[in-house]
Design a protein around this ligand. Structure first.
Ligand SMILES: C[S@@+](CC[C@H](N)C(=O)[O-])C[C@H]1O[C@@H](n2cnc3c(N)ncnc32)[C@H](O)[C@@H]1O
Length: 307
C-alpha cells in the first residue's frame, strides 16, 4: 500500500493506493486524498539540538496510560519537548513523567510531570487483569508481565502462595485470575501497597488474595506453610531466603529475582547453595537471565526447589 494516500470507496469498490501492481486486482488511476503519516517514534518529532539527538532514550516504561522516561542530564532542559513528543506520538499515553530511578526501602520513584494531564495514578492491563497503581507511591514493573504469567502457569490447584515483597500485588492478582490457588498472601512494608493490592483484589473479583502490611521476614511466620514463595526484591532478596525456606513445604519452590554482575552470578548461586545447606536447607536451583540491567549486570530469575 502507498500509505501517503487514503483509501476511498467508489460505488461497490474500494480504491486502495498501491506503490506497485499487486496482481489479482483491477489496476486503475485515481486522485486520492493525501494523508499525514505520523511516526510512532517520539524521537522523530522531538525538537532538540541535533548534537543531542543521539542521547534521546530509545526506551521508556509505560504503565497504563502513563509513560516514565529517564532523561540524561544533557537533555534535562528539553524534558517538556520530549514529554510532548511522547504524548503526540503515542495515542494511548495520557501523561509523561521524568523518572530518576527507584529509591529507599519502598523502591518508589521521584516523578516530575513533563507533559500531558493528571497525576501518576493509573490502571495497567495485562492478561485481562486490571492493575491499579501509582508509581510515585508504590513500586510497579510493567516489564515483568511475562514472568507473572509464567509463575501463574506453574501454580497447581489449591496451592498456598506467599509473595514476600508483593507491591500492589501484580503477581498475586495475576495468579488468582489465571490459576486456582487456595490462597495468595501478598506482603509489603509500604501501606500504600496494601491499599492498591486490596483495590486490585476487589476490581478483579479475586477473593483468595490477602494483602498485608509489614516486614515479610516477621509476618511470614504467622502464615501457613507455602507451596510457592515469590521474592522480587532483586538487590537483596537472598538475605530473606532463610525465612522463605523455613516457611516452604518440602518440594515447594521459591521464585527469586536477583540483579548482579554477570561475571559474579555463578559464584553467587554456588555460595547460596552452600550457605543454605549450612542452615539445614537442601535446595536445587534453576535459573534464567531475564533481562540486561546495565552493560555488565543482568536481572536473573531463579527457581529454587527445596528438597
Ligand atoms: C521491587 S518491589 C516488588 C513489588 C512487586 N512484587 C512487583 O513486582 O511489582 C519490592 C517491594 O518490596 C517491599 N519491601 C522491601 N522490604 C520489605 C520487607 N522487609 N518486607 C516486605 N516488603 C518489603 C518494597 O516496599 C517494595 O514494594
Amino acid at each position: 500500500m502507498d500509505l501517503r494516500f487514503r483509501i476511498r470507496a467508489d460505488g461497490p469498490c474500494l480504491l486502495i493506493p498501491v506503490t506497485s501492481d499487486p496482481g489479482g486486482l483491477e489496476l486503475v488511476e485515481a486522485d486520492l486524498d493525501g494523508q499525514e503519516r505520523r511516526s510512532s517514534d517520539y524521537r522523530d518529532a522531538v525538537a532538540v539540538p541535533e548534537e543531542l539527538r543521539p542521547l534521546l532514550p530509545s526506551s521508556f516504561d509505560v504503565i497504563g496510560d502513563v509513560a516514565l522516561i529517564k532523561i540524561p542530564d544533557e537533555l534535562a532542559p528539553y524534558g517538556r519537548q520530549m514529554g510532548e513528543a511522547l504524548v503526540s506520538a503515542n495515542g494511548s499515553i495520557r501523561a509523561v513523567f521524568s523518572d530518576s530511578g527507584v529509591k529507599g526501602d519502598f523502591r518508589i520513584r521521584d516523578l516530575e510531570r513533563l507533559a500531558g494531564s493528571g497525576g501518576s495514578e493509573t490502571v495497567h492491563k495485562e492478561f485481562g487483569v486490571r492493575l491499579f497503581t501509582d508509581p510515585a507511591k508504590v513500586y510497579f514493573n510493567p516489564r515483568l508481565s511475562s514472568e507473572r504469567a509464567r509463575i501463574a502457569s506453574l501454580v497447581k490447584d489449591g496451592e498456598i502462595v506467599i509473595d514476600m515483597f508483593g507491591g500492589v500485588a501484580p503477581f498475586g492478582t495475576v495468579i488468582c485470575r489465571l490459576a486456582h490457588p487456595e490462597a495468595v498472601y501478598s506482603i509489603d512494608l509500604n501501606p500504600e501497597a496494601e491499599r492498591f493490592a486490596k483495590m486490585n483484589a476487589e476490581k478483579n473479583h479475586v477473593d483468595r488474595l490477602h494483602p498485608m502490611t509489614g516486614d515479610s521476614s516477621v509476618l511470614i511466620y504467622g502464615l501457613p506453610m507455602a507451596d510457592r514463595i515469590i521474592m522480587n526484591l532483586p538487590q537483596i532478596a537472598e538475605r530473606f531466603l532463610p525465612h522463605a525456606l523455613a516457611r516452604l513445604k518440602s518440594g515447594g519452590t521459591v521464585h527469586m529475582y536477583k540483579i548482579i554482575e554477570r561475571a559474579e552470578f555463578d559464584g553467587f548461586v554456588d555460595r547460596m547453595i552452600v550457605g543454605m545447606k549450612a542452615l539445614g536447607h537442601g535446595i536445587a536451583v534453576k535459573w534464567s537471565e531475564l533481562k540486561t540491567y546495565s552493560p555488565t549486570m543482568s536481572v536473573y530469575s531463579l527457581d529454587i526447589v527445596k528438597f
